[in-house]
Design a protein around this ligand. Structure first.
Ligand code: ZN
Length: 79
C-alpha cells in the first residue's frame, strides 16, 4: 500500500509517463535562470518525488503494462 498525501503536491506536478511502475527521471530545473545541474532519481508509481534543488514535484503515470522495469521475473510472475 502507498501512503500518498495529496496535500504535499504542488498545483502543477510534472507528470512523467512510464511503461513500468518506476523509471529514472532527470530534473534539469526550469528554463534559463531556473536551470540546475540535472538531478537523477527513481520515480515510482504512487510516490511523488520532489526535486531537492528546485522543489518541482514529479508524479509517475503508468501508460504501459506496469511491473518492474527490468522484467527479469525474479518475483512470482512466472509464465
Ligand atoms: Zn529540479
Amino acid at each position: 500500500m502507498y501512503f500518498f498525501h495529496m496535500s504535499y503536491l504542488q498545483e502543477s506536478p510534472a507528470v512523467i509517463g512510464s511503461y513500468y511502475d518506476k523509471r529514472i527521471v532527470g530534473c534539469p530545473g526550469g528554463e534559463e535562470e531556473d536551470e540546475h545541474d540535472v538531478v537523477w532519481f527513481w520515480l515510482e508509481k504512487g510516490k511523488p518525488h520532489e526535486c531537492p534543488v528546485c522543489s518541482q514535484y514529479f508524479v509517475l503515470e503508468v501508460v504501459g503494462p506496469g511491473g518492474p522495469p527490468d522484467g527479469h521475473g525474479d518475483d512470482d510472475d512466472h509464465h
